[in-house]
Every structure is written in structure tokens, then in C-alpha cells.
Design a protein around this ligand. Sequence first.
Ligand code: NAD
Length: 273
Amino acid sequence: MTRRVLESLTQCKVVLRTGVGYDVIDVEAATEQGIAVINIPDLWTREVANQAMSLLLALNRRVVNLHSDIRSSTWTPRPPYDVGSLHGETIGILGLGRIGSAMAQRAKGFELNVIAYDPYISDEVFTDRGVTRVSFDEMMSQSDYISLHTPLTDETRHIINENALRLMKPNAYLINTSRGPVVEEAALIKALQEGWLAGAGLDVLEKEPPASDNPLLSMDNVVLSPHSGHTSVLSLQLRTGRYGEEVAAVLDGRMPRNLVNPQSTRASASGVA
Ligand code: NAD
């Protein structure tokens, strides 16, 4: 939803983002037009954290490689590649919001040491979640796994660039279930091809769906899913009712649960404060 599109919607009162990240909407333009922007941040927190943990476990236990071996008639209970242990390693979480916190909780269940970088969260929240606060560079260099959970903003676009990747341990893994452009994909491909990163688990890519010649599609140390982290039987059941409730709230002059731009005047004029 670009400025051009929003400016042409002269009667529009509300735009609903049917997910968490509203980077696809020009919120400033919507606010100037008086259009309320709503997102749905809470229906799939567990699903996305589970997806991140699934990617981590798939990489750690080499699930996809073992599965492919069997399908090509190779039965090797002691495979020729390393299968990891998982207790006492360190996971770094970028963005300790809803999904990042759910990921921290899951990682603790797997006896991982959890550190995080999030400049917008108070020390009390870190203490409450039992997560150690570190700087960005400390998180990148100390972690055996790094899981990304920030929104896509001007600040986070390509925050995981070549400089950041070079801070990582060569045996570390990168997990991204946030937004593709948070990672500079060309730098990630280079890191994986040159072996200064052990592998990556990616639910999101810079271009979705990816080009058929994207090198990530053919790397043995990469596990991919098609931006499906939010999906579950339950989240699919709940979403349509919730979309309707949120839009109806604005049109009825009531406060929706998640108004992104409370300053939007057209929404305010209809009673939404
Ligand atoms: P959230 O708003 O609860 O948490 C985001 C956290 O990132 C916040 O704590 C914020 O302070 C932090 N943050 C912002 N800028 C940062 C920076 N520069 N450095 C470090 N931390 C920073 O959001 P959430 O519900 O946890 O969702 C996180 C993201 O996950 C969403 O924005 C969306 O892009 C993505 N998502 C993906 C899927 C999927 O299907 N893969 C589904 C839902 C959400």
C-alpha cells in the first residue's frame, strides 16, 4: 500500500494488515490521509517461534539431510556429517518482542543459554524473561545460533550484513523467521559458500518466492520454508473472524485492538481515539 495507492482511496477509513509486519504499508501516508492502519500481531506468536525452533532443530539434528539420504537409498545411522548436541550452547535473539520472547522460552527448554540484543526493551523485561542483555556485536560473536525477530524497518534492513556475519563463529547457524531483507542475502550466500558460517534456517527471503537459480535452494546446509511460520490449523481458523472484528471496530467508531497509527484523523473523526 504505497502513498500513490493510499492517496487515491479518498473514502477509505481503514487498512488492515493481515499479519504482524506492516512494512508493506506507507503508514505515514495513511496517517496523513486519515486512514487507520491495523495489524494482527498476536495470533501466531507461538507458531512463528515454533517455526524458528523447528529450523534450528532441523539444522542441529540434520533432519533434512538424513531424510534425503534415506530417500536416495542411503541408510546411515552414523552419517558422514556432524550431528549436533544441544545443551549449553548459546542462542542470540535479535528483537526480544513477542516472538523473540517465545523463542527464548523454547530455547531455555532445550537448555540453551539465551542472550539478546534489543535496544527498545527495558532491563526489567530482560530480567523477567531470564535473558542476558548484550550488545549487538557481543550477540553476533558469542552465539552458536542467532534467531532474528525484529520488524523490517529502515534500521533493521540489512542489519545482518557482511560485517555482522563476519562476527559470527564459523560453526554458528543463522535462523530468520522475521523478514527477508533484515539479512543481506548476497552476504549470507557468500558466508555459506566460503564456509565462514555453518548454515542457515530461513522462513523468509529477500525475494519471495525466490528465483529458481538462487544458490540457497541447492545448499545442503540450508533449510528453507516458504514464509509459512504463521500458519497452523488454529491460527487459520481464528484469523478471518479477527480481521472482521478489527475492521468493524473502526467502522463502528470503536477502538480496534491494534491501531498502528492512533493519530489517523479519519479514524479519530469516526470516534477512534
Ligand atoms: P514485536 O513488535 O513484538 O517484537 C519486535 C521486537 O524487535 C521489539 O521488541 C523491538 O523492540 C525489537 N526491535 C526493533 N528494532 C530493533 C533493532 N534495530 N534491533 C533489535 N531489536 C529491535 O513483533 P513480533 O510479534 O515479535 O514479530 C516480529 C517480526 O516477525 C514481525 O515484525 C514480522 O516481521 C515477523 N513475522 C513473521 C512471520 C512469519 O510468518 N514468518 C509471522 C509473524 C511475524
